[in-house]
Design a protein around this ligand. Sequence first.
Ligand SMILES: *[C@@H]1O[C@H](CO)[C@@H](O)[C@H](O)[C@H]1NC(C)=O
Ligand SMILES: *[C@@H]1O[C@H](CO)[C@@H](O)[C@H](O)[C@H]1NC(C)=O
Ligand SMILES: *[C@@H]1O[C@H](CO)[C@@H](O)[C@H](O)[C@H]1NC(C)=O
Ligand SMILES: *[C@@H]1O[C@H](CO)[C@@H](O)[C@H](O)[C@H]1NC(C)=O
Ligand SMILES: *[C@@H]1O[C@H](CO)[C@@H](O)[C@H](O)[C@H]1NC(C)=O
Ligand SMILES: *[C@@H]1O[C@H](CO)[C@@H](O)[C@H](O)[C@H]1NC(C)=O
Ligand SMILES: *[C@@H]1O[C@H](CO)[C@@H](O)[C@H](O)[C@H]1NC(C)=O
Ligand SMILES: *[C@@H]1O[C@H](CO)[C@@H](O)[C@H](O)[C@H]1NC(C)=O
Ligand SMILES: *[C@@H]1O[C@H](CO)[C@@H](O)[C@H](O)[C@H]1NC(C)=O
Ligand SMILES: *[C@@H]1O[C@H](CO)[C@@H](O)[C@H](O)[C@H]1NC(C)=O
Ligand SMILES: *[C@@H]1O[C@H](CO)[C@@H](O)[C@H](O)[C@H]1NC(C)=O
Ligand SMILES: *[C@@H]1O[C@H](CO)[C@@H](O)[C@H](O)[C@H]1NC(C)=O
Length: 840
Amino acid sequence: MALQSSISSFLAYVLILFFSSLVTGAHGQGGVGDIIRDGQTVVSESGVFVLGFFDPNQNSSSTGETRYLGIWYNFSTDVIVWVANREIPVTDSSGVVELTEDGDLIISQNQTNNNDVVVWSSNSSNPKVVNPVATLLDTGNLIITNGTEDGYLIWQSFDYPTDTLLPSMKLGLNKQTGQEWKLTSWKEPNDPSPGESILQLGNSGLHELYFIRDNKKYCRRGSWNGKWFVGYPITKTNSRFLNMFVDNETHVFYTINMANANSYGRLSWYQNSSLFITGFKQDDASDWIYFSYPLETCDLYNYCGPNGLCNSQNLTFCECFDGFHPKSTVDWRKRNFTLGCERDEVLNCTNDDQGFLKVGYVKIPESTNSTSFEKNMSIAECEDHCFNNCSCIAYAPMYLESFKVSRGCIMWHGDLIDTVMQNKNHGLELYLRLPKSMLPKNSNGDTQTIIIATTVVGVVILLLGILLVVVGVVILLLGILLVFIRRKRKKKRAKKGTWITKSMLDDWKDEVQLFDFLTISSSTNNFSNDNVIGQGGFGIVYKGIMEDGQEIAVKRLERPSEQGLNDFMNEVVLIAKLQHRNLVQLLGCCMEKDERILVYEFMENASLDAFIFGEKRHLLNWPKLVEIIIGIARGLLYLHQDSRLRIIHRDLKPANILLDDVMNPKISDFGTARLFDAEQLEENTRRVIGTYGYMSPEYSNGGIFSIKSDVFSFGVLLLEIISGKKNRINYKYEEDLNLLELAWTLCKEGQSLNLLDESLSNSCLVPQVLRFIQIGLLCVQDKADDRPTMSDVFLMLSNDSSFIKDAKRPGFCYGSSDTSTLGQAYFTNNIVTLTQLEGR
Ligand SMILES: *[C@@H]1O[C@H](CO)[C@@H](O)[C@H](O)[C@H]1NC(C)=O
Ligand SMILES: *[C@@H]1O[C@H](CO)[C@@H](O)[C@H](O)[C@H]1NC(C)=O
Ligand SMILES: *[C@@H]1O[C@H](CO)[C@@H](O)[C@H](O)[C@H]1NC(C)=O
Ligand SMILES: *[C@@H]1O[C@H](CO)[C@@H](O)[C@H](O)[C@H]1NC(C)=O
Ligand SMILES: *[C@@H]1O[C@H](CO)[C@@H](O)[C@H](O)[C@H]1NC(C)=O
Ligand SMILES: *[C@@H]1O[C@H](CO)[C@@H](O)[C@H](O)[C@H]1NC(C)=O
Ligand SMILES: *[C@@H]1O[C@H](CO)[C@@H](O)[C@H](O)[C@H]1NC(C)=O
Ligand SMILES: *[C@@H]1O[C@H](CO)[C@@H](O)[C@H](O)[C@H]1NC(C)=O
Ligand SMILES: *[C@@H]1O[C@H](CO)[C@@H](O)[C@H](O)[C@H]1NC(C)=O
Ligand SMILES: *[C@@H]1O[C@H](CO)[C@@H](O)[C@H](O)[C@H]1NC(C)=O
Ligand SMILES: *[C@@H]1O[C@H](CO)[C@@H](O)[C@H](O)[C@H]1NC(C)=O
Ligand SMILES: *[C@@H]1O[C@H](CO)[C@@H](O)[C@H](O)[C@H]1NC(C)=O
């Protein structure tokens, strides 16, 4: 559609002047005939948002211009929140925006034949409109109204989101008109046309929030339970955003608002990657803080297949529900969980001999095909409904408190898809239909606690039996009494919430030492700077000397956790219980006032850093280094596999390996991540957890942690110890190979030995060095599946004859994947480059 230009250049000049005065006078507003030319911008009333033309390709050498009309933050010009002509750019700087008489906003371009061609139109023309006005609001919404700014709303940019959800924008659908609000990623970092990644609400069931990539469900954030998304607990703890979910007869949508009026927030796709980010900015001047999603393997949609249960505490992640088994054990063993699980015994509908098993605290299964009751129902009523409906195979009671439309009960009828184990504070209870024969005896209600109770009693009996066979009966009674008291105490503890009682203190005191603040403070000379011995992920570490002369390392946690003291202490107790000669022992803690302080044993020889790269370099010979390497592997293996907690370290590096007086290595800083709640963890993800150079590609790309991420870090550490070189990930400067690439190149050329630090050449065993380099390369493979587990690593390191696979090209090598640049950009905040805006 060509539009004859009706404005003479003189008139245009006048109009520009008029428009300029408009911009400075009535902020962010324009009426019919006002035009914005490329190079001019409109600023919203209080200066938060800017509307204008930009070129995401400005620095690239590609031919021609690609100019788009967009909205961005005035103080953060690299964040484009909306693009009008996503698909068709203006190809030179002649682009013009106009509002037509009947309320249509159009972008046109001056062609060589001096005819304007319309590139984009808001398609909002309405013959009944009189004197329409376009306004850029301080929310970032560009609106067209009838007559005045308060007039009837004809069109708004918030109805046509691109890849960013701003506060008060809707994500969902209008059930009456069928209009959908969803986010679509840019195709490429320099191409705003719609890409393959979509964020949208499901249109049935509980209307869950889905991340879709390449037309496939990629992640499901879980259902809204009235307060937060069950699969994304950050929405529960994040006090900066007010999440809202509306589901009434006409609308269903999700929206965010900021808790603090001066702060800014947004949800957007991180370029075209698999990462979706929530950005938060305290004020104009502060940096963006990013939370990313997905974070863990279990966040990936249907990772364990139908009827599988993903459990991030389990090394293999996937389990079947009780009463189910893997559909294909062969696939399952190969960690291909696609087919999922099936029932041990097919349910027979005509058979009443059935009951329900409580599967405790999960992200409940996908609700697409579920049914729910929108009324206040008790668990018993819910169970009755499910029991009486033959096709109902599971149900879950839902929270009611803050539901506008209450859903007392949700029931599933087909396979259970995408169920994820969660902790008690975040998950919901799920009740699974099973034949009575498969349920624990008394199947009424408290089956779980009865199982626990019976096993506890069983263990007590067994122990007593072994110890004192003769006085069995008497002591059995005592034992049962003890269990009773314990349980009573625990109950009390749970009820009291965050209040600390004497009995809780007593319980904790049994397990860890509780230091008082004054003692710690005086032992460290009032946290004097002279006592600082390190600055780690979560706080500063001081050296302290107790009155009795004992040396301690004191870690004062920065920005103490918002999580309850009770949870904090429970974690501390768990970590204190991890005891291994290759782990730094947690001695106790201090938790007075707002302080959260961890007290560790003091390590004489500080960190391995100095012995590989620093001043103490060359003090260790090869056999000693081998002992250290194997010690680290042993410690890590314990964390991954042998301890009850299955801890992923997340930040393994030389600085976190400490050496005691006999140079025995001990891993430090493990488990600290657990002391922070989800929100802070994710926040720290960007800055603290994980150190560039030690992070695996899948983490820096998609934010997914697993034990294999630790294996990657271990591989880097191993190669660093052997070479005495630090692994630097240089993206742009190709002359300077990074360590992994260097190791790989030398290995391919059969010159691995050149990697070895010269100072070790006299003390080393050549075949062992070659083996270790090979193992190091295996650990840093690009794909997590190609990396060995720590138990394989330990075996290969300690047994000279064990088989070692050939390594492929490691991650973070040139040409191996583009993800490296993604990671880089993510960590330096360089999200989108933008044209220098030149006002006239
Ligand atoms: C917007 O940013 C420009 C340049 O950064 C600045 O000169 C101007 O004052 C800002 N406008 C407002 C209203 O804050
Ligand atoms: C693009 O060019 C501008 C101005 O020359 C420069 O400041 C900016 O860093 C460049 N961006 C990239 C990604 O090279
Ligand atoms: C369009 O371009 C032609 C030639 O480049 C120029 O003479 C004319 O003034 C332009 N028209 C407008 C409306 O800018
Ligand atoms: C406006 O309508 C035209 C013709 O129907 C269509 O090609 C174009 O994509 C529409 N523009 C928008 C922004 O929806
Ligand atoms: C716009 O306003 C005029 C006069 O106030 C009114 O007659 C007309 O119906 C309005 N148009 C719409 C689409 O509401
Ligand atoms: C993401 O963008 C890069 C180029 O920046 C491209 O090579 C890659 O294929 C894109 N990935 C997806 C999933 O679209
Ligand atoms: C549903 O919610 C929307 C948004 O809050 C509101 O505009 C609409 O009137 C509501 N509809 C009903 C039937 O309550
Ligand atoms: C981990 O999952 C497997 C099934 O894949 C199961 O056999 C094993 O018991 C689980 N381990 C733990 C600690 O739950
Ligand atoms: C996983 O198993 C399914 C079904 O057996 C098969 O179709 C698929 O190709 C397997 N995937 C991989 C990666 O082996
Ligand atoms: C289901 O159970 C009933 C009664 O116990 C029995 O008669 C029927 O054969 C069973 N059906 C199947 C398919 O097992
Ligand atoms: C829901 O039902 C449809 C059609 O039967 C099926 O394709 C889909 O896999 C089901 N989804 C779930 C989550 O069960
Ligand atoms: C639901 O019912 C329970 C007990 O029957 C009552 O305490 C609660 O207030 C009810 N909640 C709502 C939202 O009606």
